[in-house]
Design a protein around this ligand. Sequence first.
Ligand SMILES: *[C@@H]1O[C@H](CO)[C@@H](O)[C@H](O)[C@H]1NC(C)=O
Ligand SMILES: *[C@@H]1O[C@H](CO)[C@@H](O)[C@H](O)[C@H]1NC(C)=O
Ligand SMILES: *[C@@H]1O[C@H](CO)[C@@H](O)[C@H](O)[C@H]1NC(C)=O
Ligand SMILES: *[C@@H]1O[C@H](CO)[C@@H](O)[C@H](O)[C@H]1NC(C)=O
Ligand SMILES: *[C@@H]1O[C@H](CO)[C@@H](O)[C@H](O)[C@H]1NC(C)=O
Ligand SMILES: *[C@@H]1O[C@H](CO)[C@@H](O)[C@H](O)[C@H]1NC(C)=O
Ligand SMILES: [Cu+2]
Length: 668
Amino acid sequence: MKLLNFFFFIFFLCFQVESGVSVTPTPLAHPFDPLTKEEITLVQTIVLNKYPKANFHYVGLDDPEKPTVLKWLSSGVQTSRNAFVIAIVNNNQIHEMLINLTSSTILSDKLRIGNGFPTLTLDEEGKAGKLPLNYDPFIESVKKRGLNISEVVCFGLTAGWYGEEKNQRVLRLECFMKNGTANIFVRPIHGIVMVADIDHMKIIEYHDRSIQPVPKADNTEFRASHMRPPFGPKLHAYGSYQPEGPGFTISGHTLRWANWKLHVGYDMRAGVIISTASIYDPEVHKFRQVLYRGYISELFVPYQDPSEEWYYKTFFDAGEFGFGQSMVSLEPLHDCPPHAQFLDVYYAGRDGSPQHLENAFCVFEQYGGISWRHTETGIPNEEIREVRSDVSLVVRSVVTVGNYDNVMDWEFKPSGSIKPAISLSGMLEIKAVDIKHKDQINEDQHGTLVSEQSIAIYHDHFYIYHLDLDVDGVDNSFVKTNLKTVKVTDNSSKRKSYWTIDTQNVKTESDAKIKLGLSPSELAVVNPNKKTSTGNEVGYRLVPGAAVHPLLVEDDYPQTRGAFTNYNVWVTPYNRTEKWAGGLYVDQSRGEDTLAIWTKQNRSIENKDIVLWYVVGIHHVPCQEDFPIMPLLSTGFELRPTNFFERNPVLKTLSPNLVKWPTGCGKP
Ligand SMILES: *[C@@H]1O[C@H](CO)[C@@H](O)[C@H](O)[C@H]1NC(C)=O
Ligand SMILES: *[C@@H]1O[C@H](CO)[C@@H](O)[C@H](O)[C@H]1NC(C)=O
Ligand SMILES: *[C@@H]1O[C@H](CO)[C@@H](O)[C@H](O)[C@H]1NC(C)=O
Ligand SMILES: *[C@@H]1O[C@H](CO)[C@@H](O)[C@H](O)[C@H]1NC(C)=O
Ligand SMILES: *[C@@H]1O[C@H](CO)[C@@H](O)[C@H](O)[C@H]1NC(C)=O
Ligand SMILES: *[C@@H]1O[C@H](CO)[C@@H](O)[C@H](O)[C@H]1NC(C)=O
Ligand SMILES: [Cu+2]
């Protein structure tokens, strides 16, 4: 059957709001602007001047105090900027430094004493990966397996903490075979336990425990250029066309689009940070605050194989590997549509020098399906059909930590909804076994046999979002509305039951710890000081994704470190330094500085500046389709206005014009 040749409609994205957004003021630097290349260089100079032997593990903007930021928002009054630095000096002293970027002075310099280590540098990860290749016992093990050392690639992996007394910065090392494929992760060299001391960059522990065949390279390739036909179904060309250009403007890091105004920041640990997002309310002719700050605070990925080679794999991808420094350049036209705009970022390398990452995130508009609709069939002799199509704005970045690619989106809608989403792709972590068919399995292999000799190990991906909502002002409350069954027992109705709501103002941190999915409830952050004309408190509701709960016991070492997954929802009073749900120093941490510990204070959260923490995730039982590379698997949630507006805020938002592709375009 011959399909119609390239026939499609393109949406002419032409957004109109009465908010005066077309006027772009001269870009005042936003207080949350990420450190510039020059500022990173300045920090490097200042620190190396004091400590010539310093390695930089974190360099970022020291969050300005909230009143400072709010003052800037209302009046443009700028104050000085500070940088926060974590450096390891002389290979063993962890220094926390605060640097005034305006006066180029060190404001404070503290030696850190305590458990846990800073985020790894990319440089030391790279160096650790090279250690085995020059380590005689390993070379011997490779020979013994009949493998070619020139085709071996190794990685340093964080070792976790399992009750050890000793505090030493170490990495476990794991090696893989190339030889005919770029998909090294599915070709592990099994049976070797290697530990490296990364302060002295040497292997300190080595055991060759057992030999398993390396899974075959056949059918593992993922590069189209290395594949032979036949290919999959032919997908027809697709275009998007914005004759008037994109409907958003980016000035510095400030983004204006439709009825939204927000700041898109970056941090080498957190990755993309959305700040000071506010939405224009046509009823009151002004922007109203919604999200002061939102970012992924931590990602916990515990694998579920307790054996010697695998038990330690309980990764904290943000705190251990640095989400921001693990961001990768996006590929125009494939990662983002044609009309996307890209932003570059800089982070500090181990030597403190600014490292450029091109196309680190992209911003684009996309057709958003139906905004609202109705077909009215009830009115005689009238045919009424009213449909509004939608457009949304997406801020996208990709964080690639080793085998996995995390595609992170922040989607904004004219209706006021914010929809953060995460999509996973990349490779599974594979254990090599001498098993070719499921029939040969007679004990728990802790994973799925996804290909001959390849067990993909069970694991979880728990993402925790830091969501500092400031709904129409700083002082907010957290409201939990339970839906409950009421039984009719007094014959007042023919019904035996109905449901109603029971609204609870949550007063303290303890009461705000919520495991979702057990009973129906609505969770909202409201401003008790602002009400709609009909008296409802203005608010934003959390519409959760599928609920995930940890399956490890609470006192298991990794679960203590990842205790922020014990509940899906937490609320804390705002504290500028409580940023990292797994702690500031996560590598080999002992669970002493987690959200679970902070909230033990049971602080009041009523009519205060509060932060909502939300855990979203995936329990991953791998399947064969995830091999040799996983098609995108997505999850997400929505922050949705709830009695925030007086009525449907997009009632009068017209659909974007429908345009046809200009004649002659897109013909083969
Ligand atoms: C940083 O230096 C500037 C310029 O000297 C000064 O005005 C400002 O108060 C300093 N900030 C702090 C936090 O010390
Ligand atoms: C490398 O791959 C080739 C072709 O698949 C195979 O013949 C050879 O044995 C492999 N060598 C090693 C050392 O694995
Ligand atoms: C080992 O691999 C290297 C690099 O791929 C290749 O040049 C060499 O011939 C291989 N040696 C053997 C013995 O296969
Ligand atoms: C409800 O109606 C039933 C059946 O008519 C009757 O037996 C029962 O006593 C009534 N209960 C009440 C609480 O009135
Ligand atoms: C903020 O949190 C830190 C760490 O939990 C704590 O030490 C500090 O006292 C808190 N500050 C305030 C003002 O509560
Ligand atoms: C937290 O504080 C509230 C109010 O004082 C109290 O009712 C509750 O029992 C406390 N919870 C814990 C775990 O201490
Ligand atoms: Cu997974």
